[in-house]
Ligand binder design. Structure first.
Ligand code: HEM
Length: 258
């Protein structure tokens, strides 16, 4: 075994095909950034699946360890937008038409991430083709308990009462904030400092995802302004709808009580 065969470097390097002709210099960067994002999304999904198992088996330190990693990956994802922001609107316009209707909107792994985190916007699947590779995975995620459902398992094992309505709701529904859970979380903050470390990491992660959304709106705004998205949405106005929406709403609802 050697480096290139283990990592399949030649196959990896053969995957970038700019469509502009003559080739627009920045298109290679645009392709590589998106490919790198998809690789990180793959790792994040892998880590979040582990956290689900950690939660259900009451492995606090396992979950802490992995949330630290997931939070750090998110920071890297946010930081990468700095590189893409060196691409000017003029440069992007030179090849944007070659994307045709392709858009991050259709990133099935991003949708998987939202679903695993409990942000189940099933209507988003209307914008993707059931024949696309990966559709079965995203569809499966929609029907699976989210990380938040596994978090309820964890809390229940630590003595927090989880209301039946939350437990019995269809798995395809998004997480909803709940006052009983919030009271339980406050109690954890007060009497379980080890669990409090986890709760702060989850808050960091949630903040990181919101930070990504904000930076993504800004890069879209500075690069395409008020133009519609290539994926068919209104563009920036559509993206703004998900801004500041937490995936762990109960953790944000109790800050003023501490
Ligand atoms: C010049 C850079 C970029 C611009 C102008 C841009 C623009 C947009 C626009 C307008 C949308 C709305 C959907 C549509 O109608 O197309 C969108 C969605 C999206 N983009 Fe980007 N984007 C950029 C870079 C990126 C990068 C680097 C990623 C990384 C994967 C990304 C991932 C996404 C995702 C996941 C969505 C769906 C968001 C959601 O449903 O909430 N975008 N983008």
């Amino acid at each position: 075994m050697d480096y290139a065969s283990y990592l399949e470097i030649e196959r990896l390097l053969a995957l970038q095909h700019p469509r502009s002709d003559p080739e627009e210099h920045d298109e290679l960067l645009f392709i590589v950034i998106h490919q790198v994002y998809e690789l990180w999304f793959k790792v994040l999904l892998h880590e979040l699946d582990k956290i689900k198992r950690d939660f259900s088996s009451d492995d606090l330190f396992g979950a802490i360890h992995t949330f630290k990693r997931a939070r750090t990956i998110l920071k890297t994802l946010v930081g990468q937008l700095d590189i893409l922001e060196t691409m000017t609107p003029l440069s992007f316009s030179a090849f944007r038409s070659r994307l045709e209707t392709a858009s991050g909107f259709q990133s099935l792994q991003f949708r998987e991430l939202e679903f695993v985190l409990g942000y189940k916007r099933s209507e988003m699947l209307r914008h993707v083709d059931p024949g696309w590779p990966g559709f079965d995975r995203v569809q499966r995620r929609l029907g699976q308990p989210s990380l938040v459902d596994h978090f309820y398992d964890f809390l229940a094992q630590r003595g927090v009462a989880i209301p039946h309505e939350l437990r019995d709701r269809p798995a395809t529904e998004a997480t909803r904030p709940d006052e009983t859970v919030q009271r339980g979380l406050l109690d954890m903050y007060r009497r379980a400092p080890d669990v409090a470390i986890l709760l702060e990491l989850m808050t960091d992660f949630d903040e990181g995802l919101q930070e990504w959304r904000y930076r993504h709106v800004k890069i879209a705004e500075r690069t395409i302004g008020g133009k519609p998205g290539t994926g068919g949405s209104m563009g920036v106005e559509f993206l703004k709808q998900a801004l500041f929406r937490p995936v762990f709403p109960d953790l944000w609802a109790i800050r003023h009580e501490m």
